[in-house]
Design a protein around this ligand. Structure first.
Ligand SMILES: [Zn+2]
Length: 314
């Protein structure tokens, strides 16, 4: 699937080199975690000024993978800046990611053929609501992906997650040592043994103390205004109305325009000359009221819209 798209999107001389250096291009394809855009990004990271890919070497390929890993983690971290009240959850998510990668590295150490190296972590189905929220945030940011469930009899039911392949490669989760063949990395993904994964409980990945420290301040009841007793409460303790759960996407949409990375003069202009107040207002501004602001023309209008789109897409 990835190849069909690549052949359509890239010039023939680049495709020829990718075909010729099959090990490296397969490596980049697997490192993009099934996301064609990520593959195209790593290809363009390797292109030189004349848009040639003659520089595709083992070194440049692993460099592109490291950059992609850092970018992915950076996007996740940026959620904490955009939604400060999720900060503790994001920190816990980063910690969970590091713990999972370490668990995989420990499992993969030793003489194991590439096909039997684990790329997935299976977490027991008894997780707390806070931990679930952290898993959701990691999924939302494209760091992990659900990969089915597995039942282990008395040991309980586990939910399997694959972790972004560029992150796994960059953080040496496969414990391949210093000198390994590129083909070995490719084969880990290509010949993947579906029974190879690491099983863990929530408490063996993160300490209950850290989980307990995560608190989310949610808005009060819409009916009567009573405050929530905790962030897991589903019904109002005062009037019994159902409390709305908030998705990260909705929260990003509801964020104030002040959060956008544009000049404060532009922000003040928008506040004075329009009724737009939130990111969502900007995205759904069909009648172009941004243009009513002095010094916002077509160029700035599309820049501001792009900034808003980038803000909600993590
Ligand atoms: Zn109420």
């Amino acid at each position: 699937m990835m190849w069909a798209l690549i052949k359509k999107r890239l010039p023939k001389q680049i495709v020829d080199i990718l075909v010729e250096k099959a090990d490296l291009s397969e490596l980049l394809a697997y490192a993009s975690f099934g996301i064609p855009r990520a593959f195209l990004n790593s290809i363009s990271a390797i292109l030189d000024e004349e848009c040639n890919i003659t520089n595709l070497t083992r070194k440049s390929a692993f460099q592109a993978i490291s950059e992609s890993s850092e970018a992915q983690r950076g996007t996740f971290k940026s959620l904490a800046r955009k939604l400060p009240r999720y900060e503790e959850f994001i920190n816990l998510g980063e910690h969970l990611l590091d713990q999972s990668v370490s668990a995989l590295r420990a499992y993969n150490r030793g003489i194991i053929p590439p096909k039997d190296k684990a790329t997935e972590i299976a977490i027991e189905d008894t997780t707390t609501a806070t931990f679930d929220r952290v898993l959701q945030l990691l999924q939302y940011a494209g760091i992990i992906r659900e990969a089915g469930t597995v039942s282990r009899g008395e040991k309980g039911r586990f939910c399997r997650y694959s972790i972004h392949s560029a992150i796994l490669i960059h953080h040496t989760a496969f414990a391949l040592g210093r000198s390994f063949a590129v083909r070995d990395v490719v084969n880990i993904f290509k010949l993947r043994n579906p029974h190879a994964f690491v099983r863990r409980r929530e408490t063996s990945l993160v300490s209950p103390d850290r989980v307990a420290r995560c608190r989310l301040q949610l808005p009060g009841c819409k009916q009567c205004g009573a405050e929530r007793l905790n962030d897991l409460q589903r019904f109002c303790a005062n009037c019994g109305a159902e409390l709305t759960t908030v998705s990260v996407y909705k929260e990003l949409l509801g964020a104030k325009i002040e959060e956008l990375p544009i000049t404060s003069a532009k922000k003040e202009g928008i506040a004075q000359h329009t009724t737009l107040r939130t990111i969502q207002d900007i995205l759904s501004d069909e009648d172009g009221s941004l243009r009513n602001v002095p010094r916002i023309g077509i160029v700035w209008q599309s820049r501001i819209k792009n900034a808003a789109e980038e803000f909600v897409s993590v």
